[in-house]
Design a protein around this ligand. Structure first.
Ligand SMILES: [Zn+2]
Length: 147
């Protein structure tokens, strides 16, 4: 089985991706970019997407591209298949990733191309994009070094 298939399948069950407020995020992913909502009034990022800035209540929120590299904030290994479609996928890794260019954001994502013994909190990770047509666009993260 190819790793790309694995990423797509896991993320295709990701319900937030179907919500309209996440569309700009997935459109960016479809262009192999990572972007988050940022308030042009106070400059703060927030996640998940909101119409108003949760820091200053301004409605001056724009999507801003950030470097698709971050740090592994936390992770877990999922061994129980939550649904039939994931039966062949377990075990897989779910992670929280933070970004130097988008302080305050912790993105829930999948971790791929992982050597479990080498996983360390704080290790650098890099986005892996697949599917450029928007509809099947997916993003996951892999360790920058060590696997
Ligand atoms: Zn603000």
């Amino acid at each position: 089985m190819m790793k790309g298939e694995e990423i797509t399948m896991i993320n295709s069950l990701d319900l937030p991706s179907l919500l309209p407020e996440f569309l700009p995020f997935w459109e960016s992913v479809g262009r192999s970019r990572l972007s988050f909502p940022r308030c042009t009034e106070c400059g703060e990022f927030h996640w998940y997407p909101m119409v108003r800035c949760p820091h200053c209540q301004s409605s001056a929120v724009e999507w801003s591209d950030v470097e698709p590299e971050g740090e592994l904030y936390s992770y877990t290994k999922v061994c129980h298949p939550f649904g039939d479609k994931l039966k062949e996928k377990v075990p897989y890794f779910v992670a929280l990733v933070t970004f130097a260019g988008a302080p305050g954001i912790r993105l829930v994502t999948n971790l791929v191309e992982v050597d479990e013994d080498k996983l360390r909190i704080g290790m650098p990770v890099k986005a892996v994009f697949s599917g450029a047509d928007g509809e099947n666009a997916s993003i996951a993260f892999r360790p920058l070094v060590g696997s």
